[in-house]
Write a protein that binds this ligand. Structure first.
Ligand code: DGY
Length: 322
């Protein structure tokens, strides 16, 4: 009997056909998450699982005891319980590289929107408030030649650093668990301590993955030490920041503003105070959401899954399983 794959991400027909050349495919054709109870039923006879948001833990792996591979359509894999995956001895993959430039573009959008008040002033124009030349109460802040501090200089961080140094002539420093000599040489970025980044940056970009160690890495103490003129940008995962502390820092004017693509709870609670703040740009987790890049990610995830089911080493196994 052939192998069976469950897909809970929406995929185009071309990718479904690519999968169907080798396996039997069952799809979930809704952008809502598949209810957990249904997922635990559906996974029972599957050998491969292409997902994006579903929690991969002992419960799911016990229900899906024929699974050979879980394949995430994202680079982040905080939905994976890596210890459970190791215990069940299955493969787990993700989709790095193909989204780096796209996410870096969006991050620059967040930086520019926050500093130059683009979304706020777009609303001002559309609300019919533009009656005369704007006065200085609506002026923004420069981005070029400012100090950008990147916490987590991975592949995406490097692409941001390239845009920042070459395009905006910014002074870029980074904090990482390990130093990136190549980026220092090629992009002219400087290694700095976490403390230095927090206290001296005009823009702080958070790009570390969410793990047990990075949960609430940016907390009240960190916000207390930032410059009052600092803009805080997050395009990694919401829970790397203590969101209550971020809200308080914004209310107390400890920082100038924020550009956020991610939140502790997604979709965001409509009552979240961040939604009331003009100096905060809020996006619905669209870092990689362009037509071209999302298609490339889905194709990558499909190929990772097929390679595993053929008994080959998939192109992008998560680093903990290598
Ligand atoms: C990812 O792939 O982890 C991104 O957050 C998706 O936008």
């Amino acid at each position: 009997m052939g192998k069976r794959v469950l897909v809970t991400e929406l995929i185009p027909q071309s990718i479904k056909e690519l999968l169907e050349q080798e396996v039997e495919v069952e799809t979930w054709d809704s952008s809502e998450q598949m209810p957990r109870e249904l997922l635990l039923q559906k996974i029972k006879d599957k050998h491969g699982f292409i997902t994006g948001k579903d929690k991969i833990d002992d419960e799911l792996l016990e229900a899906g005891n024929q699974l050979e591979v879980v394949s995430n359509v994202s680079v982040g894999y905080d939905n994976y319980d890596v210890d459970a995956i190791k215990r069940h001895q299955i493969l787990a993959t993700h989709t790095p590289y193909v989204l780096d430039e796209t996410v870096a573009d969006l991050i620059f959008g967040l930086i520019l929107s926050a500093a130059r008040r683009i979304t706020e002033l777009d609303k001002y124009v559309k609300d019919g408030k533009w009656q005369a030349s704007i006065d200085q109460s609506l002026f923004g802040h420069n981005v070029h030649h400012k100090k950008l501090g990147i916490i987590g200089l991975g592949r995406i961080g490097e692409k941001v650093a390239k845009r920042a140094t070459l395009g905006f002539e910014m002074d870029v420093s980074y904090y990482n668990r390990s130093r990136n000599d190549q980026a220092e040489k090629e992009l002219g970025v400087t290694y700095a301590s976490f403390q230095d980044i927090i206290t001296n940056s005009d823009f702080i970009l958070l790009m570390t993955p969410l793990t047990k160690e990075t949960y609430h890495l940016i907390d009240q103490a960190a916000f207390e030490q930032m410059k009052k003129t600092c803009f805080f940008i997050n395009a990694s995962r919401g829970a790397v920041v203590d969101e209550k502390a971020l809200i308080q820092a914004l209310l107390d004017k400890k920082i100038a503003g924020a550009g956020l693509d991610v939140f502790e709870k997604e979709p965001i609670d409509p009552k979240n105070p961040l939604l009331e703040m003009d100096n905060v740009v809020t996006l619905p987790h669209i870092g990689s959401a362009t037509a071209e890049t999302r298609k490339a990610m889905k194709e990558f995830a499909a190929n990772n899954c097929l390679q595993a089911l053929r008994g080959e080493e998939p192109e992008a196994v998560i680093k903990e399983l290598k």
